[in-house]
Ligand binder design. Structure first.
Ligand code: SAM
Length: 331
């Protein structure tokens, strides 16, 4: 059966946070005030995660699974886990994705592609060495640029590169980003900066996708592409070049009407939206501990999806939802 909410949105895409720990300390995402992370025993174990994936793929016809974090690749044993995910993927025919900062991928991109991951998104907020370090806390730009090349060689096509644009921090890099990637098989995605309780320090940093797009268009022509259904991105071909450019307007033009996603946090909380858990209180770890059967869990999920809101609140309201941050939810 399909997981449909009261607004007739079919949900078939699960985003799973594998950990709330990260080896970067990005100023807008992981401020040191929230560093720490869950104890290992509080995380969904790999066995539980495999059960969860199989549950969504078989009971609810989910077609897409994406792993995120924190930084998913800091989790010990991740490649062995992904090998098992690959087996499920081939058995049930779903697709998989990984959102990563890429820092731990050197020498492993081919393995990643062979074992389990179809679609790779690498986050990169600056192509300036010093700026990169000041955003992430790590002097790691060269490593990442190598990993990006390696991912292309491994066959990720196009490779998605995600840049969050923040006014006064990296907005001057919009054109340098395009210049750097324009001849590569890369989908460069500019993401609107989202307000969360924990990144109060920079609420003025918001730039709308329209503004980002107009900066690109001062120098380049953008040809609209038909976006995939349920896509959160507005996609364009960079005329005369190999790269594609996309804009993700989570704040200025939300895409809740076509939302097909639900999430599970690293501790096993079921989340109906990036911006809210919902009233249901479902935690997979708890349910597994209490020996709930998959059929019992199915009933709870069907019940919960009916409480999904039609759309998330506006930016100014989101900014005060202090309990939210990308590290624990998974971006
Ligand atoms: N560590 C991985 C990574 O760097 O991609 C996965 C987790 S990270 C939370 C996922 C994505 O969320 C990254 O692309 C990051 O830039 C983005 N992100 C984090 N905080 C954000 C915010 N306040 N607004 C927009 N995007 C944000």
């Amino acid at each position: 059966m399909k997981l449909v909410d009261k607004y007739d949105r079919v949900h078939d895409y699960l985003r799973i946070s594998l950990t709330d720990k990260c080896n970067y300390n990005c100023i807008y995402c992981n401020p040191s005030s929230i560093l720490g992370g869950a104890a290992k025993d509080d995380l969904l174990s790999f066995e539980e995660l495999l059960r969860l994936i199989e549950f969504f793929a078989t009971k609810l016809e989910f077609k897409k699974f994406r792993f995120t974090g924190g930084e998913p690749l800091v989790r010990k044993g991740i490649f062995e886990f992904l090998e098992e995910v690959g087996k499920l993927k081939r058995k049930y025919g779903f697709t998989t994705g990984l959102t990563t900062n890429g820092s731990l991928l050197k020498g492993k991109t081919a393995l990643l592609r062979e074992t389990a991951i179809d679609n790779l998104n690498i986050s990169l907020d600056s192509i300036n060495k010093d700026k990169f370090k000041s955003i992430t806390g790590k002097d790691d730009l060269e490593n990442l640029l190598d990993v990006i090349e390696e991912s292309l060689t491994a066959g990720y096509s196009p490779l998605k590169v995600n840049a969050v644009v923040i006014k006064g921090i990296n907005d001057y890099e919009i054109i340098p980003f395009v210049e750097y990637f324009k001849n590569k098989d890369i989908n460069l995605r500019f993401i609107e900066f989202m307000p969360f309780g924990s990144n109060e320090w920079e609420r003025n940093g918001f730039i709308s996708y329209e503004e980002i797009k107009s900066v690109v268009e001062r120098k380049y022509q953008l040809v609209p592409l038909a976006s995939e259904s349920n896509s959160v991105a507005k996609d364009f071909q960079l005329a005369d070049y190999a790269a594609k450019i996309s804009f993700i307007s989570s704040i200025s033009e939300h895409f809740c009407g076509t939302c097909n996603r639900v999430r599970v946090s690293s501790k096993g909380n079921f989340r109906l939206c990036l911006f809210a858990e919902g009233e249901h209180g479902i935690n997979f770890k708890e349910l597994y501990r209490q020996n709930y059967s998959d059929d019992q869990i199915l009933e709870l999920i069907i019940d919960a999806i009916n409480s999904k809101w039609e759309k998330h609140p506006e930016a100014n309201e989101l900014a005060v939802l202090a309990e939210n941050n990308m590290m624990t939810i998974g971006g």
